[in-house]
Design a protein around this ligand. Structure first.
Ligand code: KIV
Length: 282
């Protein structure tokens, strides 16, 4: 039976894994969506650097700045009450040194995040240790890590052979040992995700990693068909908000063009006495 928690906190996630309760995670970038997702009892809202793609129209997440993530984290924090807010650490905000990472992560917490997410495995384990040692909860991210798009040669599936799968397991164990409280697994074969999930005690959160991760996340633009490209194999469209919005706006445009909006009922009126006075003066 699902226990409805009033507010989701980082330690709840370990308990939820122990109890085999599913954690529901979704991206969010503004207060309106955060409020709606909170009402729908989404447990974790990720202010992902995917905002570069879906909000700012960029091709990669590499141009996303710390200030941009701070700006959107503040908005999400204003909209959400119940959900745990995780903010992505953008490109080059945590790779230069652990001290710089700590300072940058601190700004995301000041903006309202309760945890940060960063990409990479053993290469960032010391930084994860520094942040968690300072009391800042960290979520890891392995598999397809979009900030490494140039090294990966594109947004493609990862861990597709035995060696790469073993490397990924080592990375996951290193993140766990460094104190990460959960790991996102993106675009990897389901059996690899299953293997990682059985080997770490912290929750795994899959996106394109099959059904055997502890939990799941999607970018909400994918889920609601607010993208302008064919969906990836792992995306399920739960609504066609793109068509809904387009047809509502077309209707609005037609109403204006045909003088059908606003109507008399949608207009403010003067009291009769003032109206008569105005007409007399005209
Ligand atoms: O930035 C993001 O939205 C993400 C998810 C795809 C996990 O990192």
């Amino acid at each position: 039976m699902k226990v409805i928690r009033k507010n989701i906190r980082v330690p709840d996630l370990a308990l939820m894994k122990e109890r085999h309760e599913r954690i529901v995670m979704l991206t969010a970038y503004d207060a309106t969506m955060a409020r709606l997702f909170d009402q729908a009892e989404v447990d974790i809202l990720l202010v992902g650097d995917s905002l570069g793609n879906v909000i700012l129209g960029l091709d990669t997440t590499i141009e996303v700045t710390l200030d941009a993530v701070i700006h959107h984290t503040r908005a999400v924090a204003r909209g959400a009450n119940r959900a745990l807010i995780v903010a992505d650490m953008p490109f080059l905000t945590y790779q230069v040194s652990s001290e710089e990472a700590l300072r940058n992560a601190g700004r995301l917490f000041q903006a309202g995040a309760a945890a940060v997410k960063l990409e990479g495995g053993r290469g960032v384990a010391d930084t994860v240790r520094r942040l968690t040692g300072a009391g800042l909860p960290v979520m890891g991210h392995l598999g397809l890590t979009p900030q490494h798009v140039h090294r990966l040669g594109g947004m493609r599936r990862q861990a597709t052979n035995e060696t790469a799968a073993e490397e990924l397991v080592h990375d996951a164990l290193a993140l766990e040992a460094a104190g990460a409280f959960a790991i996102v697994l993106e675009a990897i074969p389901n059996t690899v995700a299953q293997d990682v999930t059985s080997k770490v005690r912290i929750p795994t959160i899959g996106i394109g990693a099959g059904p055997d991760c502890d939990d799941q996340i999607l970018v909400f633009h994918d889920l609601l068909n607010l993208t302008f490209a064919p969906a990836a194999k792992f995306v399920r469209r739960y609504a066609d908000a793109g068509s809904l919005i387009r047809s509502a706006i077309e209707h609005y445009r037609e109403d204006i063009e045909h003088h059908a909006f606003p109507s008399d009922e949608e207009s403010y009126h003067l009291p009769e006495s003032a109206k008569a006075h105005l007409l007399r003066k005209a």
